[in-house]
Design a protein around this ligand. Structure first.
Ligand SMILES: [Zn+2]
Length: 322
């Protein structure tokens, strides 16, 4: 199973070397040191891949150590470090609702990057954007409000005032197919393109297991109760810092009806409807808000929801989806 934004082929060096200032300085001065460069306009590219810019060509800033690839140390470099005031996300554009900015010049929005890049570059783009975005939005200590410092090459921030250490956040989101024999329960948000339905999803709340989050979200959004919950796969979703945890949940009881304000519609689809939608060419329409429409349109392959749906189709009829 291949999920976009997975597959970064780096040794992240998650050990004590990151706390060794001499070792970190040596990585910054390494002749093979390069950086993934990202900013408000997106990620810097060269043709169809991420451009790894020699660190010596970048002026100032605070490169964050991502890890090693086969050619040496790789850093993340924010070319538009935030000033006070508005703090946009690195590599944004076309994230939710709004049409993507043109992939013009040598910058590309993160969302387009995953569709266009190799698996390893898609993973590296996600890692870079998630880390830079966290630093952009966590410059001050959340305990005392003092400006904090980067340590461990960027894997931690340390508050010099109160000593608190802060680690990059990853927000867990459960996303699930509700399965009842050969039909699936899917929902749509009003901002999605015409016809688009997808898996139900929601943030895990404090003090909640993943299975409990699945059952609660399904009930809140559709009024349906589920029984057995099976884990399928996960995907980093760096908009800005989610981890999508994909499940299949078995329908138990209840009529499907929209429960909270999040969804415009929720309903069951037959296997035949889903097969037809899976066979249709992928829509280039990323975000023009539409209506429920007549024909089902599945989410793009970039999204784990699509991967879960195709996994369900393949599991129950393997010969058709090899
Ligand atoms: Zn503090």
């Amino acid at each position: 199973m291949h999920n976009a934004f997975t597959g970064a082929a780096l040794d992240r060096v998650g050990d004590s070397r990151r706390r060794d200032l001499d070792w970190l300085a040596a990585q910054l001065e390494h002749p093979g040191a390069r950086a993934v460069v990202a900013g408000d306009r997106g990620l810097r590219i060269a043709e169809d891949r991420l451009e790894l810019v020699p660190l010596a060509e970048l002026d100032g800033g605070e490169p964050l150590f991502l890890g090693f690839d086969s050619a040496g140390p790789v850093f993340a470099y924010d070319e538009d470090p935030p000033r006070d005031g508005r703090v946009p996300m690195v590599g944004s554009g076309g994230v939710r609702g709004e049409p993507p900015k043109d992939a013009s010049g040598d910058r590309i929005p993160l969302r387009q990057a995953a569709a266009r890049f190799s698996r390893a570059d898609g993973g590296l783009a996600a890692y870079t954007a998630a880390l830079l975005n966290w630093h952009r939005r966590h410059r001050y200590c959340s305990a005392c409000g003092h400006a904090s410092d980067v340590i461990e090459g960027g894997l931690t921030r340390l508050c010099p005032n109160c000593g608190a250490e802060h680690h990059p956040r990853t927000d867990p989101v459960v996303i699930m197919l509700v399965v009842d024999g050969d039909r699936l329960l899917l929902g749509r948000q009003a901002v999605w393109p015409t016809g688009r339905y997808s898996a139900l999803a929601g943030f895990v709340e404090p003090g909640e297991s993943l299975e409990e989050a699945v059952a609660r979200e399904v009930h809140e959004e559709s009024g349906v109760r589920v029984g057995r919950v099976d884990y399928i796969a996960s995907q980093p979703w760096p908009f800005p810092a989610s981890l999508m945890l994909g499940f299949s949940a078995t329908y138990e009881s209840g009529e499907a009806a929209i429960g909270d304000e999040e969804l415009q519609d929720v309903r069951w689809f037959t296997r035949a409807e889903i097969e037809a939608a899976a066979a249709a060419p992928e829509s280039e329409n990323w975000g023009t808000p539409g209506d429920p429409g007549g024909e089902l349109a599945l989410p793009p392959r970039l999204a784990i929801a699509r991967v879960l749906i195709e996994h369900w189709l393949a599991q129950t009829r393997p010969e058709a989806y090899r």
